[in-house]
Ligand binder design. Structure first.
Ligand SMILES: *[C@@H]1O[C@H](CO)[C@@H](O)[C@H](O)[C@H]1NC(C)=O
Ligand SMILES: *[C@@H]1O[C@H](CO)[C@@H](O)[C@H](O)[C@H]1NC(C)=O
Length: 612
């Protein structure tokens, strides 16, 4: 079911995925020459598919991965990301839950798989501990078969349970409003309750940060912990439960405020290193705790349009202007490649796709909020941010009907788009998103097909389209006590019982595989598929299988054919062009490989591009 014609979902409703046309337009050559809108339209299905490919057990890049687990990337060496991280998985599934709620109903069974897989991981003893006192929940990553990862690592990482709670709470709220409260009570709440207990008990303990390098306190971790406690409390109330841990929320919020250092947010405190503290983790914390229902641009929770969050956006993004050659000469107020922090050397210490898109997403969120509120405020704190767009702007509140509002917001929209234009520029022709792009020339680097990069693309584009996530009750959860204090609530932890794989299905013995290849051809040419199995002609072009061009369009030059293959078949294949003179030419590059998975899916779509 997972991979079953997800493209059909693009026809549904006004949702995230409906923003792209039914027929997507792969820009095969000259991606950079297309407009940003064209790029986004062609990249959106690629990004969604990039995520699905990395999820077990049916994903094409997830061979051997257990049901519902997400690999960070298929790259197995330098760096080895073929493991499942609680953080990356939760951020990915939050994006999928939002897409599901917005109308992509195909994603439902995958979300259920995720829920059950996480229930099992919660109960698994690991090097961080086990569930008896909750410490095992701080384990950052697991093997792809769902067993514990036992090598040394930066552990614990205390953002994972919060992000997981947020993803499953979003799903649970949908379930409740669709009459399925009993499923929430029996299946999702026990998982959420463990994660909330963990936060309430350990929020004031040190943690490795999201980059797995710094032991201390991380803004991102504290921000997502606060959010989870607030929305967890609301969910508990909806189903008649009490969340003792959630009573810690005001103190967590108080601590969150202490990251503000006067002109930007300190990415870390209590830490064991001497970095500048200008850190992408702040912008990520801001976008992942955005609440579109907030009535004003709340500084307390660092809402994207708040003075502090805007000032921080400028400080953090400006910090990258001088460290990367590819940013040289780009004026302030125009997007640049954004990395993790300026002193970063990991895998060369380059800009990250997800960082650059997060910088755009915060601005899209702010624009959404100003438009909803009907005004924007330029304060002494945010003045420098706004001066990049209007050097003479004065502090004050500008209502939506003023010229200043229009001038500033259109310039900020262009600024946000300029970050996305860099993504367009540095995305290779096949649309794949790696982890980083070279600080010198923009070449994709480090892990390929990074799940989080694809998820970041989906959330940035949704924000750009004004498709915002559900509220997490920010307006009701933002009163910190007058004096901050370290505190804790001892949690209760119960192994979730509903651990059976879902949904019941028969593993298929035969799967109908549709090979789609984008190949710009001229009249009279044909496209075939050839491979090392009988069904593909055993590499004999005389027995190769012809593809159909009935759906061929200039924007998406689609050739396709559906072939039924037995589960377990491992094969190599290539596409072959038949010229007007009848000669056959194999596409370039290495042989493609595929393993037919015997899962619930009866049909699978493969999307390739003809390699020249
Ligand atoms: C614990 O909370 C107190 C009060 O907010 C804060 O000063 C301290 O830095 C926190 N420590 C950790 C490790 O979170
Ligand atoms: C076809 O190629 C795949 C991938 O290289 C290989 O694993 C498989 O054994 C081959 N099958 C046959 C029948 O040669």
């Amino acid at each position: 079911m997972v991979l079953l014609s997800f493209l059909t979902q693009f026809a549904v409703g006004t949702n995230l995925l409906a923003q792209v046309p039914l027929v997507n337009s792969f820009a095969l050559h000259g991606r950079a020459a297309a407009t940003l809108d064209d790029f986004i339209a062609s990249e959106s299905p690629i990004a969604l598919q990039g995520i699905l490919n990395n999820i077990g057990s049916a994903g094409s890049n997830a061979v051997g991965v257990a049901l519902g687990l997400v690999v960070a990337s298929p790259t197995k060496e330098n760096p080895d990301y073929f493991d499942t991280w609680t953080r990356d998985s939760a951020l990915t599934f939050k994006a999928l839950v939002d897409a599901f709620i917005a109308g992509n109903t195909n994603l439902r069974s995958l979300i259920d798989d995720y829920v059950y897989a996480q229930a099992q991981l919660q109960a698994l003893p690991n090097p961080s501990g086990d569930l008896s006192d909750g410490q095992g929940l701080g384990e950052p990553k697991f093997e792809v078969d769902g067993s514990a990862f036992t090598a040394p690592w930066g552990r614990p990482q205390r953002d994972g349970p919060a992000l997981r709670a947020t993803a499953i709470i979003a799903y649970s709220r949908w379930l409740i409003s669709n009459g399925q409260t009993s499923f929430v009570t029996a299946v999702t709440w026990p998982i959420i309750a463990n994660d909330l207990s963990f936060i309430g008990q350990y929020w004031n303990w040190t943690t490795y940060d999201l980059w797995e390098e710094t032991l201390g306190s991380s803004f991102f971790t504290t921000a997502v912990q606060h959010r989870a406690l607030v929305e967890g409390n609301a969910l508990a109330g909806q189903i008649g439960k009490v969340c003792v841990a959630c009573g810690q929320a005001p103190q967590v919020l108080c601590f969150l405020g202490s990251y503000w250092d006067g002109n930007h947010i300190a990415g870390n405190q209590n830490e064991d290193n001497q970095r500048s503290r200008k850190d992408l983790n702040t912008i990520l914390g801001i976008i992942h705790t955005f609440d579109p229902s907030a009535a004003h641009c709340d500084d307390t929770t660092f809402q994207p349009c708040s003075d502090n969050a805007l000032a921080n956006h400028k400080v953090v993004s400006d910090s990258f202007r001088t460290v990367y050659s590819i940013n040289a000469g780009i004026p302030k107020g125009s997007g640049v490649g954004i990395g993790r922090y300026l002193e970063d050397t990991y895998q060369g210490g380059n800009p990250w796709y997800l960082g650059t898109m997060a910088a755009a997403e915060q601005l899209y969120d702010a624009l959404y909020q100003w438009n909803k509120i009907g005004s924007l405020e330029v304060s002494p704190t945010s003045l420098a941010f706004f001066q990049d767009f209007s050097p003479t702007v004065a502090t004050g509140t500008y209502s939506i009907d003023t010229t200043t509002y229009t001038t500033l917001t259109s310039a900020i929209k262009a600024y946000a788009d300029s970050y996305m234009a860099l993504i367009q520029k540095y995305t290779p022709a096949d649309g794949s998103l790696a982890e980083q792009f070279s600080r010198n020339d923009g070449t994709p680097l480090s892990a390929k097909d990074l799940t989080w990069s694809y998820a970041a693309f989906l959330t940035a584009v949704a924000a750009r389209d004004g498709v915002v996530p559900a509220s997490w009750n920010e307006p009701s959860g933002n009163t910190p006590p007058s004096v901050c204090a370290g505190s804790t609530a001892t949690g209760t932890y119960v192994a979730p019982t509903a651990t059976a794989p879902l949904p019941p299905c028969t593993a298929q013995t035969t799967v109908a595989i549709t090979f789609n290849v984008a190949d710009t051809t001229t009249s009279g040419e044909n496209v075939f598929i050839s491979g090392n199995i009988t069904a593909l002609g055993n590499w004999n072009t005389a027995n190769a299988v012809a593809l159909s061009a009935v759906d061929y369009q200039a924007e998406y030059p689609r050739w396709f054919v559906t072939i039924k293959l037995a589960a377990g078949t491992t094969f190599a294949y290539k596409y072959v062009n038949e010229g007007v003179d009848g000669s056959f030419t194999y596409e370039g590059g290495a042989n493609r490989e595929y393993v037919v998975q015997g899962t619930c899916a009866t049909e699978v779509q493969i999307h390739d591009r003809f390699q020249t």
